[in-house]
Design a protein around this ligand. Structure first.
Ligand code: SF4
Length: 264
């Protein structure tokens, strides 16, 4: 993987999540190249060959952080902080070390168990949160939509390790692909290892978007009999599929006393 230097983009940026005011993308681009990724339309390079890294990320970040009070910073909005090249480049590790040194903490989202390498840093932070993103119980199906990610079980195992180590954990079930993602089974599997689970449906604005063109190709090839019903649900948020799923998840939440945040 070629990693080129980018000096133009800010390192610390505002974050629109409830839990964090600021976020950091340690990479620009993502080797995981999930076919449904909503950032694909903004890609500045071909992520299968080249990603960008911030020039002097810690030097610039040190200056940015010195102007704000210590708090939890979100990492994982437009990129995966633990995509494969992180094993060698260690941009994420450097950012976490600086956050810890300056009294900040991190809330991280990843699809990789490489996050376990940095357990010591998360453990030392006050109020850190480690979250994994999953969308498929069946790894054969996962590989159709996320050809470069690791098995769902390995991500859940990472959560188990963090929880055992006393770090707060959560999970993001995203994207729920109508009639494909078994959200209820994922929730039941994740629940013992997480403090909270968020659930979001596949969200695509236009049929001309790169991520829809990718997903459409997968549906035509691998789910030809279901393509029409999946497509109808994806582009209609008041479709009965979503209503039924909402009801099922609310029932599951009540029955099992789960901490779910349902956004389907
Ligand atoms: S891991 Fe996240 S950021 Fe990376 S390609 Fe997949 S959806 Fe996009």
């Amino acid at each position: 993987m070629k990693a080129s230097i980018c000096s133009k983009r800010p390192v610390l940026e505002p974050c629109s999540l409830e839990s964090s005011d600021y976020q950091i993308d340690p990479y620009i681009g993502c080797e995981h190249y999930c076919y449904y990724c909503y950032v694909l339309g903004q890609a500045e390079t071909d992520w299968t060959e080249e990603i960008l890294i911030h020039e002097d990320i810690t030097g610039r970040l040190r200056t940015d952080l010195s102007g704000i009070p210590p708090q939890r910073i979100y990492m994982g909005w437009h990129t995966d902080p633990y995509q494969p090249c992180e094993a060698e480049i260690r941009q994420t590790r450097q950012v976490l070390e600086l956050l810890l040194e300056m009294g900040f903490s991190a809330g991280i989202l990843t699809k990789s168990n490489l996050v376990l390498r940095d357990l010591d840093l998360f453990q030392a932070m006050n109020d850190a949160n480690v979250s994994v993103s999953v969308a498929f119980m069946d790894n054969a199906v996962r590989r159709k939509f996320e050809w470069r990610t690791i098995d769902t079980e390995a991500r859940i195992e990472a959560l188990r390790e963090f929880k055992k180590a006393g770090v707060r954990t959560s999970a993001l079930i995203c994207p729920v692909i109508p009639y494909v993602t078994d959200a209820a089974s994922l929730i039941e599997t994740l629940a013992p290892h997480t403090d909270k689970i968020w659930i979001y449906g596949l969200s695509i604005l236009n049929r001309s978007d790169q991520n829809w063109r990718n997903v459409e190709g997968i549906l035509e090839r691998d789910f030809p009999d279901m393509k029409e019903q999946i497509e109808t649900a994806v582009f209609s948020k008041d479709h009965s599929y979503w209503e039924k799923l909402r009801q099922d998840l609310v029932s599951l939440q009540k029955d099992k006393q789960l901490n779910l945040s349902i956004h389907v």
